[in-house]
Design a protein around this ligand. Structure first.
Ligand SMILES: Cc1cc2nc3c(=O)[nH]c(=O)nc-3n(C[C@H](O)[C@H](O)[C@H](O)COP(=O)(O)OP(=O)(O)OC[C@H]3O[C@@H](n4cnc5c(N)ncnc54)[C@H](O)[C@@H]3O)c2cc1C
Length: 424
C-alpha cells in the first residue's frame, strides 16, 4: 500500500445531527455505564456505537467472563466493585442470564460471604445485549448504532463536538462534554492527546485472541471456558502482537485467527476428551482486542499503586483484580483493593474530554489488573457522572469539584474506597 500518495478531501457542508450535553463514543462496558450515569444525572446524552448492540469486547468478541467484583483477601474477599455494574449483573441473574465461569475462578478462592456478587460471572451474551440495551434505553439515553466516530470538532484545545459517519452520511454532533469510551482512545488520538502503545514485540503486552462458541459438551465437563445457555465459549487462536489501531494489521489478525479456528478446536480436543463432540457454532464479529493506546492523563496509574493498594484523594472507583502477568506469574493482591483516581481519565492538553475504559492513563502492570470488566464498568460510571456534573456546574471536567463527584457516586451506590473498610 503506497504511503506517500495523498488525496486532498474537498471541504463540504455537514448536516448537524444534534446538540447534546454529553456524547459517548463507544458502547462497550465503559460506554454503557457512562451513558446510564450521565443520563440519570440529568444530562441530555447520546451514545454512538459502530455495532447494533452494546457490550464491545463482552459481546462482539464473545468475552462474557465478567471479573473483578471482589478482592481476594480471605476470609471475606470483600466486594470492591458495585454501582451500575452490580445492577446489570443482578438484572441478568433475575432473568437467568448468568452461567458458569471457568474453574480457575472457583468459589473456594472467592467466597461470597458479604456483598451481593461473587468475583466472576459468565454472562449469557444475548441476555447481556438485551439487559444493557434495555437499561441504557430506560435511562433516557439517545442511541445511534451503526455509527463510526470519524473526527473531532475542536476550538483550540477544547472539544466542541464530533463528526460521525453512518448510512446517513457524514454528520456533525455538538456536545459540552465528550466521553471517549472507544477502547482504542480514537477520540483522544484525533484530538492530539499524547498516548503510549506497545508495538510489535518491543515489550510485554497482553495479546489479542479470537473467542469462539461450541456446543456438544457433556454436562459435568472439565473445560476452560465460559458456560451459559447450553454452550461454552473457548479462548481461541492468538493473533500475536498486532496493532489493532492499524486497519491493515487488524485485518491480518482477523484473517489469521479466523482461518485457525477449526485447527484450534482440534488441538483443544486432543488435550481434553470432554471436547470430543464439540462443534463451533459462532465466532464473534470482532477479534478480542486486549490493548492498544493508553492516553497520557493528569495521573498515570502504576503497577506500584496497584501492588501497594494505594489510595487517592480523587478516587472515583476501586479495583482489586490480580495482575495477569506480573513478571511471569499471576499476582494476587494482598490488600483490600486500590483506588482509581479521576485524573487518570483526564487527558493532557485537551478540554471537554473524559477518557474511560481500557485506554485510561495507566502503565502496563496496573492495566493488567484494572482491565477486568467489573472495574471498567465502574470507571465508566465515574466518567458519565463526572460529565453530567461538569455540565450542571458549567465547569470543565478538570475543574469539577471532586468531593461533589465522590458524594454523587457514593449516593448512586458506587464503591470508591476512601477508607470505608469492612463496609459491605
Ligand atoms: C481476549 C480477551 C480476554 C479477556 N478476558 C477477560 C476476562 O476473563 N475477564 C474480564 O473481566 N475481562 C477480560 N478482558 C478484558 C475486558 O474484556 C476489557 O478490558 C473490557 O471489555 C474493555 O471494555 P471497554 O468498554 O473499555 O472497551 P471495548 O470493549 O473495546 O469497547 C469499545 C466500544 O467502542 C466501539 N468503538 C470503537 N471505536 C469506535 C469508533 N471509532 N466509532 C464507534 N464505535 C467505536 C466498539 O465497537 C466497542 O463497542 C479480556 C479481553 C480480551 C480481548
Amino acid at each position: 500500500m503506497p504511503r506517500d500518495e495523498i488525496y486532498l478531501e474537498p471541504e463540504k457542508e455537514l448536516e448537524v445531527y444534534g446538540h447534546y450535553d454529553v456524547v459517548i463514543v463507544g458502547g462497550g462496558c465503559a460506554g454503557i455505564t457512562a451513558s446510564i450515569a450521565a443520563a440519570r444525572n440529568g444530562a441530555k446524552t447520546l451514545i454512538i456505537e459502530r455495532f447494533p448492540f452494546f457490550g464491545g469486547t463482552a459481546t462482539a468478541s464473545l468475552m462474557g467472563n465478567i471479573n473483578g467484583f471482589r478482592n481476594q483477601v480471605e476470609p471475606d474477599s470483600l466486594q470492591t466493585t458495585k454501582g451500575i455494574g452490580e445492577e446489570i449483573i443482578l438484572r441478568l441473574i433475575e432473568i437467568g442470564g448468568v452461567g458458569k465461569p471457568p474453574a480457575v475462578y472457583s468459589s473456594k478462592i472467592y467466597p461470597n460471604t458479604k456483598g451481593k456478587l461473587s468475583y466472576c460471572f459468565a454472562v449469557d451474551i444475548e441476555k447481556f445485549k438485551y439487559i444493557t440495551l434495555l437499561t441504557v434505553r430506560n435511562a433516557g439515553v439517545d442511541i445511534l448504532f451503526h455509527t463510526y466516530f470519524a473526527e473531532v470538532i475542536a476550538d483550540d484545545n477544547a472539544l466542541k463536538g464530533i463528526i460521525i459517519e453512518n448510512k446517513s452520511g457524514r454528520q456533525a454532533i455538538f456536545a459540552k462534554v465528550i466521553i471517549d469510551a472507544s477502547g482504542d482512545g480514537d477520540v483522544a488520538f484525533r484530538a492530539g492527546v499524547p498516548f503510549w502503545q506497545t508495538k510489535g514485540n518491543e515489550r510485554h503486552r497482553l495479546t489479542d485472541c479470537l473467542m469462539y462458541k461450541v456446543v456438544g459438551v457433556p454436562e459435568n465437563h472439565q473445560i476452560k471456558g465460559c458456560e451459559s445457555n447450553g454452550s461454552v465459549i473457548l479462548w481461541g487462536p492468538d493473533a500475536g502482537p498486532i496493532d489493532a489501531t492499524n486497519a491493515h494489521e487488524l485485518t491480518e489478525g482477523e484473517i489469521h485467527t479466523r482461518l485457525r479456528v477449526y485447527e484450534n478446536l482440534k488441538e483443544q480436543q486432543e488435550n481434553n476428551s470432554d471436547l470430543k463432540e464439540a462443534r463451533v457454532v459462532e465466532t464473534g464479529p470482532l477479534l478480542g482486542i486486549r490493548q492498544t493506546r493508553f492516553i497520557k492523563g493528569l495521573y498515570t496509574l502504576s503497577g506500584d499503586d496497584v501492588i501497594q493498594g494505594r489510595r487517592f484523594d480523587d478516587s472515583v472507583a476501586m479495583a482489586s483484580s490480580p495482575v495477569i502477568h506480573y513478571y511471569g506469574y499471576r499476582r494476587f493482591l494482598e490488600h483490600e483493593g486500590y483506588e482509581i483516581p479521576y485524573r487518570c481519565m483526564l487527558p493532557q492538553g485537551v478540554d471537554n474530554l473524559i477518557v474511560s475504559g481500557r485506554c485510561i492513563s495507566s502503565d502496563q502492570i496496573a492495566y493488567e489488573s484494572w482491565r477486568a470488566m467489573a472495574h471498567v464498568m465502574a470507571i465508566g460510571e465515574a466518567a458519565g457522572t463526572a460529565a453530567a456534573l461538569s455540565v450542571k456546574q458549567h465547569a470543565e471536567p478538570k475543574d469539577l469539584n471532586i468531593q461533589t463527584l465522590q458524594k454523587q457516586l457514593v449516593e448512586q451506590g458506587a464503591e470508591i474506597g476512601q477508607g470505608r473498610k469492612q463496609r459491605n
